[in-house]
Design a protein around this ligand. Structure first.
Ligand SMILES: [Zn+2]
Length: 301
């Protein structure tokens, strides 16, 4: 997996931070997560072809998370898109887009397949053979959802040399990859670990968009490889965080700690902060493996 941060700011942009947008790349597929203003420009800077994005996830309807979406869809239309676009979003998004495109007399040449968030529980919203994607509710001023991208467990890798030694038929290999032992024609049971190697560990990415501090969230993504959690304020503005249903850097770190995450990314910084170092120091008091994100940041994991 690779995460690309297209926008790391919150409500209002600054000269260095656009509102929230991220792109997760999994085995050549692109998943766009939120689409704040300037998302398109950040995609251009990253040289991501717009038409390769087939899945978009919008966490909630505050403008800093979706105001780039009508523009992005318009550009896809102008670029000749024909393939349907899957849009996972709150129900109101459909009406917003219909209103915009009806008043601009834009007849999209492709279908938008809407899928609306489930209000109260963690739920699989998309999957294929390698990946499953969940949404889960966050605790914000308006309905808001996070997303978990989970690579499915990989098959075990065959040890070619052992296969030759035991002369195992090709049709048995799938059972070995699934972890089964091999029953030799002479009656011996050959331990699977002699015949296969561990696969590369699977990765996962959890995205906690806008939310107040809610410890139960950690149960939605146990032992996640990389957790992104908003950190709009530092602890000195904890009352402001409560009032606006946002989190502090320390609270983000507590969620990462409770979830047993391997790495924490924090972003969605309030535009009032010029120096972000206090966010890092505060978060690292609770969770050492924290990283501040910035526009253009990418991480492979
Ligand atoms: Zn919000």
């Amino acid at each position: 997996m690779t995460i690309h941060i297209l926008g790391s700011g919150s409500a209002t942009p600054t000269v260095t931070r656009n509102p929230t947008a991220q792109l997760l790349e999994v085995s050549g597929r692109y998943f766009l997560i939120d689409c704040g203003e300037s998302c398109q420009i950040s995609l251009l800077r990253k040289k991501i072809p717009l038409l390769k994005i087939n899945h978009i996830f919008i966490s909630h309807l505050h403008g800093d998370h979706w105001l780039g979406l009508p523009g992005l869809i318009s550009s896809m239309h102008l670029a000749g898109r024909k393939l349907p676009l899957k849009l996972f979003c709150p129900a109101g998004m459909e009406q917003i887009l219909q209103t915009i495109f009806s008043h601009s007399e834009t007849q999209l040449q492709f279908e938008i397949e809407f899928s609306f968030h489930h209000p109260t529980e963690k739920k699989v919203i998309w999957e294929n053979a390698d990946l499953e994607i969940f949404s889960f509710p966050l605790a914000h001023r308006i309905p808001c959802h996070g997303f978990l991208f989970n690579e499915k467990k990989r098959l075990r890798n065959i040890r070619r040399e052992a296969i030759e030694v035991y002369n195992i038929p090709v049709e048995e290999l799938i059972n070995l990859k699934l972890g089964k032992d091999w029953l030799h024609p002479d009656g011996r049971i050959i331990d699977n670990r002699l015949l296969t190697k561990d696969p590369k560990p699977s990765s996962s990415y959890a995205y906690c968009s806008d939310t107040e501090f809610a410890p139960h969230l950690a149960s939605y993504f146990p032992e996640v490889s990389v957790l992104y959690h908003e950190a709009t304020f530092t602890e000195e503005l904890i009352e402001r965080a409560k009032l606006t249903y946002h989190s502090t850097a320390y609270q983000a770190a507590e969620i990462a700690y409770l979830a047993g995450a391997k790495k924490l990314l924090i972003g969605h910084f309030s535009s009032r902060y010029k120096d972000l170092n206090p966010f890092l120091l505060e978060s690292q008091k609770k969770f050492a493996n924290t990283c501040l994100v910035f526009d253009g940041f990418s991480l492979d994991f």
